[in-house]
Design a binder for this molecule. Structure first.
Ligand SMILES: C[S@@+](CC[C@H](N)C(=O)[O-])C[C@H]1O[C@@H](n2cnc3c(N)ncnc32)[C@H](O)[C@@H]1O
Length: 425
């Protein structure tokens, strides 16, 4: 049976109903049918990956980034290159390169249309994007700080470690996750909810909490900010379901703070708002810790010209009065409930009747939570004693902060992302 592009939805429904069928038992399939089904599903999964789905666990993928191989392939814009051409362009030893190319094609990281033909695919593109090249060192692998080829050229210019003795950018997340089984084995009553008592400290062998640790290491901060900006590439944002201008910005003046991105990192959401609503009247302001703001000032993302920056610690009172929107994306999931209440209560006194707090976070469904959300939940538990929250947990938290939900919009299935509009009770 031949399937065409237009049958894709039917194919997906067919696969889902097969998997839901209690009579379907892969154990009863003959070996070759079972392998063929498994391989087809793996290839389909790779072919349909969005950038953030890419299996970042692969240390070898970092070699493709650091040697410039993936940049070279991606620069071919769909054309193919031979092994000899890639050897010349990357300067990698030909025998090693051959083995690497063989490995990358086997994992679907590059395409190999012919015996001696290699090309970039969607996974290669994801790995050379800002999110991909930041995520590898941030999430998983200790990264060599090399300027040849330059990393982060799109945003940061050529990377120069502040300390010339620093040879590697520390991997941030993986050591904490790796420490989790041992931590739970040795701490039978631990719940990943006590900020003083989480695998982070054991995994990194540090007394410092994660944000201090990141901010003390300029090269890690770069990766963190790059990952924050790129982690949802290819996925919708809240702007796909909400007409921001109509909902929140009617009758604004040029002096009105219309969108304040609290803990907004590189300000990618500020830029997205400006791009989506070029006629938006009012101030769009990025707030974050001073070290982050310093980096943004030194090396702003394209499109940042109509965004203001303001260093602000969200554990202190909000200095911008009467903004239409105080926006917090993936900020509250970094903190335990007590701290979230503090963050929200620091905003409340600055609000006027027209102000809203917009919380942009996952809401975990009770049944069938998506894998990206549950993975993120354990990263939060291991590194910051925080968590992804269910609807009931969000309601209880907002109630403690003296806020109530006015409206809620769901905008992704993959992460169960929601935009939640809050007003004082
Ligand atoms: C998980 S990131 C989210 C970034 C961004 N909102 C996004 O969705 O991509 C959390 C952000 O909170 C910032 N942050 C941490 N502690 C802060 C504080 N006390 N005051 C202000 N920002 C803080 C971090 O620097 C980081 O940019």
């Amino acid at each position: 049976m031949k399937f065409k592009k237009d049958d894709a939805l039917g194919l997906a429904e067919g696969l889902e109903s097969l998997l839901d069928d209690p009579g379907f038992d892969p154990e009863t399939l003959d070996h070759s049918t079972r392998r063929r089904l498994s391989e087809a599903a793996r290839k389909l999964s790779l072919a349909t990956e969005a950038p953030g789905d890419t299996p970042f666990q692969l240390p070898l993928a970092l070699i493709g980034v650091e040697t410039g191989l993936f940049d070279v392939l991606s620069g071919l814009k769909g054309a193919v290159a031979t092994h000899a051409e890639l050897t010349e362009k990357t300067g990698v030893d030909p025998d090693l390169l051959k083995r690497l190319l063989r490995y990358y094609q086997s994992f679907g990281i590059v395409s190999q249309p012919g015996d001696d033909e290699y090309a970039a695919n969607n996974v290669t593109q994801a790995l050379v994007s800002l999110g991909g090249r930041s995520a590898l060192p941030f999430m998983c692998v200790a990264c060599k700080l090399t300027n040849n080829p330059p990393l982060f050229t799109s945003v940061w210019g050529v990377l120069t470690p502040a300390d010339p003795n620093v040879a590697f950018s520390h991997s941030t997340i993986a050591p904490a996750i790796n420490a989790m089984p041992r931590f739970l084995r040795e701490n039978k009553s631990a719940t990943l909810a006590d900020p003083a008592h989480i695998p982070w400290y054991q995994g990194q062998d540090t007394p410092d909490p994660i944000f201090k640790w990141i901010n003390d290491r300029p090269e890690v901060l770069r990766n963190f900010m790059g990952w924050m900006a790129g982690q949802r590439d290819g996925l919708p944002t809240f702007l796909s379901v909400v007409d921001f201008e109509k909902e929140f910005a009617s009758g604004t003046a040029a002096s009105t703070p219309v969108f304040v991105d609290v803990g907004g990192s590189l300000g990618h959401q500020c830029i997205a708002v400006r791009r989506k609503h070029p006629d938006l009247v009012g101030r769009v302001v990025l707030q974050d810790l001073p070290s982050t703001i310093e980096k943004v000032r030194a090396s702003p993302l394209p499109g940042f010209d109509s965004v203001e920056v303001m260093p602000h610690d969200f554990f202190t009172p909000q200095p911008l009065q009467g903004a239409r929107v105080y926006y917090l994306r993936n900020v509250l999931h970094d903190w335990p409930d007590d701290k979230c209440v503090e963050i929200l209560q620091n905003i409340k006194p600055a609000m006027t009747p027209e102000s809203r707090i917009l919380v942009d976070e996952m809401i975990l469904p009770e049944k069938g939570a998506p894998w990206r959300a549950t993975q993120q939940d354990f990263i939060m538990g291991a590194c910051v004693a925080a968590q992804e929250r269910s609807h009931g947990e969000w309601l209880a938290l907002f109630d403690r902060a003296g806020l109530r939900i006015e409206t809620m919009w769901k905008y992704t299935e993959e992460l169960s992302d929601h935009l939640i509009s809050l007003v004082p009770k």
